[in-house]
Design a protein around this ligand. Structure first.
Ligand code: DGJ
Length: 735
């Protein structure tokens, strides 16, 4: 009996089969008459399988009857399909030649297997040590188009993850009109779809539905990944819950317009695509372009043990292989942001007043939000004029920063570098800097236009202004905001069909430049809250402002959806004032602290207006953050109770609870929030997860429990009174 295959990438020449062997999953492709087909992605196999899944006998074409080629093209499970020659399903690639014809046929020509992984130039991408990654490149070729499509795959030691990307070159001018980063064929038909749906101030709420026949899609054509559909899909078996069932996760390392689509075909197979949105997309490739067109990287995960395991795979993957920041494994400074405290109405003295009280409360950084530049007393002017408003800050940013540092706090600052206000000196001097279709008035949104940063001189102009502020003061943190979608796509230099993608490449280039010039800067991205919270931006900033909705109860759903794939260390979360400015709800300050603890933690309020008792509570929260942040940031995250649609027949209807468990299981933090108090209701008995079954765990009050007891019988929560009441339980394993 042969030894089962270990972690690695294998090619069996006789079977013409590729096999990617992960920790607990296998991904298999094989050739049939030179066509590359998808055989399998799922629970780990020991050995290279046969290729019956490609159904070679179902197609008369393969046995040499060209008249039936159409049957073949529309039925073969292509690993990467192309439009125009008979595959009528949702295709991965669409290419138009100079004469306007669409059609192609991709056949295998060569492949390479190697250790490590190559960079995707100009695009965010996963990375890691050479020993921990294996990669495969397969070249497919269309002889009539002179088109080479290179499919790239990487797998990561210890994780059930495949990273895929695609590079396309041509020996003549062609137009790429659709390029998916990943296409996946599944034979099964009883699966359901989980996506993250939302809107401004209620981003990433889980949504679960049956996958019917035809095409189901999610996407954004806004030029940002958006608050609405999120670039993530989980295809799950009907029985999938937190701990059981099959789960395929698909995500993309990209922040612009994207498309995710699933077709349940006439034969009940699923084709699942994810890539750049093809709406309006048309990218010219030509022989003099040595680099070719690089599609963003897609991330696929597999779990045969439910959604919880998918979540932890994504968290580990992002923490090990995607988020680069030196702050990733560091406790972030507790900051106080003045946005909800003052909005545009502040001056130096007000900020210093906040800083003084914040210092006493143990807060470590003051972030000056929107309103410090130009004549920005409201949101209708000055974007693009990054010069300090001396009426508000007579001593400049530098002067303010010095005073804040003297108080003992670090300072952070807000910018919105991608924008231009019609009422700005920049616009008056360069009206053509705004994205616009010649002859048409561009749409306003928050009284602003978007800068055409695909033009180098525009990027340089705004970058230099931002950098000058950072060069001349001791700023430690930048909040990079972006507050409107892109409309009226037109540029004096960039082809409309390439605009959205080139815009994203420009954002990535600017952030890369910023990090290179200021390597110690802590960068937090933001897009009217979480409108561009995606794996692409996390390559540049270790944290993202999760949502403009800071209401603790609303945040339960928003943060649960966000943490479905993003690690707590990336979730920007602050305690804000009540009644909450967005929803008008009043929630216990204690609960507000517990909820913000599942993220970067900070404050967003006028702390000078709090009474002594509230300030005392803030001191306690600061202590709580210092005590638990290592565990939350580095530990494993488990959903325990949820009011969301993630799980069928969810037994917990009135509460959210989650656990952060140390990787070595030595301690665990359980957060329990009762959303709604009810009459004559008993305490909830909830089953904990992730503990060591035979270890004894102790709570601070001295009570002890065995791990298996807590995970099977459950833990009886305290009786809580009132809407939004919460409790925190810290279990420590006894020696
Ligand atoms: C949107 C952000 O999400 C807020 O936190 C704040 O920075 C405002 N923009 C400022 O305009």
């Amino acid at each position: 009996m042969n030894k089962p295959l270990d972690f690695g990438i294998y090619y069996d020449e006789i079977k013409e089969t590729f096999m990617l062997q992960m920790e607990g999953a296998s991904y298999v492709m094989a050739l049939c008459d030179g066509y590359l087909g998808h055989v399998y992605f799922g629970k780990k196999l020991g050995y290279i399988p046969g290729k019956d899944a490609l159904r070679p006998k179902d197609y008369t074409y393969l046995s040499g009857k060209p008249a039936d080629k159409c049957v073949f093209m529309d039925g073969f499970p292509f690993e990467y399909s192309i439009s125009g020659t008979g595959d009528f399903r949702v295709n991965a690639l669409k290419v138009r030649n100079d004469d306007g014809f669409v059609g192609g046929e991709l056949k295998y020509i060569s492949h390479r297997i190697y250790d490590g992984k190559k960079d995707l130039k100009g695009l965010p991408h996963s990375f890691g040590k050479e020993d921990d990654i294996k990669s495969l490149e397969i070249d497919l070729f269309d002889k009539d188009l002179g088109l080479t499509v290179m499919l790239c795959y990487s797998i990561f030691r210890g994780l059930d993850v495949v990273a895929k990307s695609v590079n396309i070159k041509a020996d003549r001018e062609l137009y790429l009109e659709k390029v998916m980063s990943s296409s996946l064929s599944l034979q099964w038909n009883n699966h359901e779809l989980i996506t993250l749906h939302g809107s401004w101030a209620r981003e990433r709420i889980p949504d679960r539905r049956v996958i019917g026949h035809g095409i189901t899609s999610i996407g954004s054509s806004r030029g940002i990944s958006g608050h609405q559909d999120h670039p993530f899909m989980a295809v799950v078996s009907q029985d999938a819950d937190e701990d059981t069932g099959e789960v395929y996760g698909v995500s993309i390392v990209y922040s612009g317009s994207y498309l995710g689509e699933i077709e349940r075909t006439q034969h009940n197979e699923l084709r699942i695509n994810m890539g750049i949105n093809d709406d309006g997309f048309s990218w010219k490739v030509s022989p003099d372009d040595d680099e070719g067109f690089a599609a963003p990287e897609a991330i696929l995960t597999y779990s045969d043990s439910g959604l919880g395991s998918m979540t932890r795979t994504f968290h580990d993957f992002m923490r090990k292989h995607l988020i680069r920041s030196k702050y990733l494994h560091k406790k972030r400074p507790i900051l106080i942001n003045n946005w909800e405290a003052t909005y545009f109405n502040f001056d130096e003295e007000k900020l210093l007043e906040i800083a003084r009280v914040a210092k006493k409360a143990g807060i470590e950084m003051l972030v000056m939000d929107d309103g410090w530049f130009g004549r920005r007393d409201s949101d209708n002017c000055s974007l693009g004029d990054w010069t300090v408003d001396r009426k508000k800050l007579p001593n400049g940013v530098d002067g303010l920063c010095k005073k804040i540092n003297e108080i003992g706090l670090e300072m952070g600052i807000w910018f919105e570098p991608e924008m231009i206000s019609p009422d700005s000196d920049l616009f008056r001097a360069h009206p053509d800097y705004a994205i616009q279709i010649p002859g048409r008035d561009p749409s306003w949104c928050r009284s602003q236009y978007v800068l055409d940063i695909t033009r180098k001189e525009v990027r340089d102009c705004v970058y230099e202004q931002v950098a000058e502020i950072l060069r001349s003061s001791n700023i430690k943190y930048v909040k990079w905001d972006m507050n409107r979608p892109i409309t009226d796509v037109g540029s004096t230099v960039t082809r409309a069909g390439e605009f959205h993608h080139r815009y994203m490449l420009a954002v990535y280039e600017m952030q890369e430049r910023l990090l290179n010039e200021f390597p110690d800067l802590l960068l937090e991205n933001c897009t009217s809250g979480g409108g561009r919270f995606d794996p692409g931006m996390l390559y540049y900033s270790p944290q993202f402002w999760c949502s403009d909705d800071t209401d603790a109860i609303e945040r339960l759903g928003i943060q649960e959806g966000t943490a479905l794939i993003y690690p707590p260390s990336s979730i920007g979360a602050h305690v804000s004032i009540c009644p909450n400015h967005i929803v008008g709800r009043t929630t216990d300050l204690k609960t507000r602290g517990y909820v913000a603890l599942l993220g970067t933690f900070g404050y967003e309020m006028d702390i000078t207006k709090l009474n002594d008792e509230e300030l005392q509570q803030i001191n306690e929260q600061v202590e709580m953050y210092h005590k638990y942040n290592d565990l939350v940031r580095e530990g494993d995250y488990y959903r325990i109770c949820s009011c969301s649609a993630l799980i069928h027949g969810n037994e917990y209807k009135k509460s959210y609870a989650w656990m952060n468990v140390a990787v070595d299981k030595s301690e665990a933090l359980l957060t329990y929030i009762q959303v709604r108090g009810g009459a004559n209701e008993r305490s909830e008995m909830i089953r904990l997860k992730g503990l060591q079954p035979d270890a004894e765990y102790e709570l601070p009050d001295g009570r002890t429990f065995y791990g298996d007891e807590l995970m099977n019988i459950g833990f009886l929560t305290d009786k809580l009174y009132g809407d939004g009441a919460g409790a925190l339980y810290h279990f420590v394993r006894r020696k």
